[in-house]
Design a protein around this ligand. Structure first.
Ligand SMILES: NC(=O)c1ccc[n+]([C@@H]2O[C@H](COP(=O)([O-])OP(=O)(O)OC[C@H]3O[C@@H](n4cnc5c(N)ncnc54)[C@H](OP(=O)(O)O)[C@@H]3O)[C@@H](O)[C@H]2O)c1
Length: 267
């Protein structure tokens, strides 16, 4: 799987990551399946995993699924609360789940970002957190996201990017490139797989991909300003299939346009 240097950090990340929203919010009976998804993803080269306190039991389940592999993983998670005290409690729990450190701590949906960044920077200084980031799922918040990016206080952003959600192309991706920030593409399959199952597989053959999911993931990664995509799955076979999208060659502008048209027509 291809790796990309994650913005201005010294870390190379394999381009296919693993999201955990809904799929890892499971009880004890679902842990075994979550382990199998993580096994399949890691065997295929995935290392970047993304979670949040907003995702119910997902951080706990992810921590258990990683187990002894914790050191191989790049754990991205989030702080999601207006209160710094509660934020500190969220970090405390994450340190339990992820063997004492978080690789990328993101301010989820920009909630109280000024207040949260103030203490998160101390944690980064102390080494419990390696890098800081900010996320938002809605284009209506991109002015504020731009403001955070320009502070110079974060190393990465997480934004929605797929053929029918391209608002980031106007200002966010150019700014991320200028500031050398890591870029994580969330909702690469449309958000909860909204762009699936997609067109007739026969239409994909000329694109050199086997599945529509692969086409969508490769579509996002064909923009070199994106470093990692984080599809979520509860199916080990899907995790393996998604990993196949992390290989060269990337799509050119014509192929991206074809995929854009197919995506629009299958909505
Ligand atoms: N920061 C934020 O505000 C925010 C918001 C949304 C999402 N996120 C992050 O981004 C991640 C991804 O977004 P998302 O979970 O909304 O949606 P997504 O990754 O676009 O789609 C996930 C869905 O696609 C299906 N899927 C995955 N691979 C497949 C394959 N190869 N073939 C067929 N179906 C496949 C999964 O079903 P199966 O289980 O059947 O595979 C799942 O239902 C989240 O998990 C989360 O970590 C962040």
């Amino acid at each position: 799987m291809e790796v990309r240097r994650f913005g201005k950090t010294d870390v190379d990340v394999p381009v296919i990551g693993l999201g955990t929203w809904l799929t890892f919010d499971v009880g004890p009976s679902g842990q075994r399946n979550a382990n199998s998804v993580a096994d399949a993803a890691f065997a295929a080269g995935t290392r970047f995993v993304d979670s949040s306190p907003m995702y119910g039991r997902a951080e706990h389940v992810l921590g258990s699924a990683l187990g002894e592999r914790r050191d191989e993983a790049f754990v991205a998670t989030k702080i999601w609360t207006r209160s710094p005290e509660e934020g500190r409690e969220q970090l405390r729990q994450q340190l339990d789940h992820f063997a004492g450190r978080v690789d990328l701590e993101q301010v989820h949906n920009l909630v109280a970002w000024k207040r949260q960044l103030a203490w998160l920077e101390d944690e980064r200084e102390a080494g419990t957190i390696r890098f800081l980031g900010a996320t938002h799922y809605s284009a209506s918040a991109f002015d504020e996201l731009e403001q955070v990016m320009r502070t110079g206080r974060i190393e990465a952003i997480q934004i929605p990017y797929n053929p029918v959600e391209r608002d980031v192309e106007r200002r966010i991706l150019p700014l991320a490139e200028e500031l050398d920030l890591g870029v994580i593409a969330m909702r690469p399959l449309g958000g909860e797989g909204a762009l699936l199952p997609g067109p007739d597989p026969a239409k994909l053959a000329p694109l050199g991909v086997e599945t529509w999911a692969e086409a969508l993931l490769e579509w996002a990664l064909s923009d070199p300003r994106v470093h990692v995509v984080i599809p979520a799955t509860s199916d080990p076979d899907h995790a393996r299939a998604n990993a196949r999208a992390g290989r060269l060659p990337w799509f050119g502008p014509d192929e991206r346009e074809v995929i854009g048209r197919l995506a629009a027509s299958t909505r």
